[in-house]
Write a protein that binds this ligand. Sequence first.
Ligand code: DC
Length: 223
Amino acid sequence: MNKLNIAIDGPAGAGKSTIAKHVSEHLGILYLDTGAMYRAMALKAIRSGIDPNDKDSVEKLLPKTDIDIRYLNGKQHVILDGEDVSDSLRTPEISKGASDIAVIPSVRIKMVEKQREIASKYDTVIDGRDIGSYVLPNADFKFYVTATVKVRAERRMSELSAAGNLGNRTFENVYDELISRDKTDSTREFAPLIKPPDSILIDTTDLCVSEAVRLVLEYIKSH
Ligand code: DC
């Protein structure tokens, strides 16, 4: 039987993962954070002394890398070569590395294979950059979540600060990093970040989490 797949795409800091998590909890289905998979691949490269932009070296590393997704009490864990790295993926260095490594088509193909496998087995809310446009073009629902760069940078700043990952970054640094990541994600050749034409736009600039979640759930229930 076909599974329910809800795709949520959008740029960094728009609130995708928070919305996706709430929607999945509300519907009692799985949440798959695909960004965490690219982050794990970036972590592997960095730990191996490889620049995530170095396509040839990353491609050599790829067959020696195992990235698995497990769920414990409904929470996603990312297992890199047998090690649970879920708590090591949220630093600015890994954010940039993930965006850079995600440009490499062979990396994407490997990640997408696993994402499609999970989506075919379970009812899932999946967030990322290319879910509605490339990974699951036939998803039951597609949402594109965005917000102004200023608001996204403010949210990223609070997240980094709360997690103790801000270091000595200023607001301007965080803002510039976000713009640079948006550019890398939306200008890459293979499966770039786009708004799928058949997706529903959710602009969270002036919305709190519960309002955005309500919009998504209302849309799903009325269709
Ligand atoms: O959603 P995130 O910030 O954790 O994603 C980190 C990076 O991974 C993002 O900048 C680009 C890449 N990514 C991607 O290319 N495709 C996805 N479906 C998810 C993330």
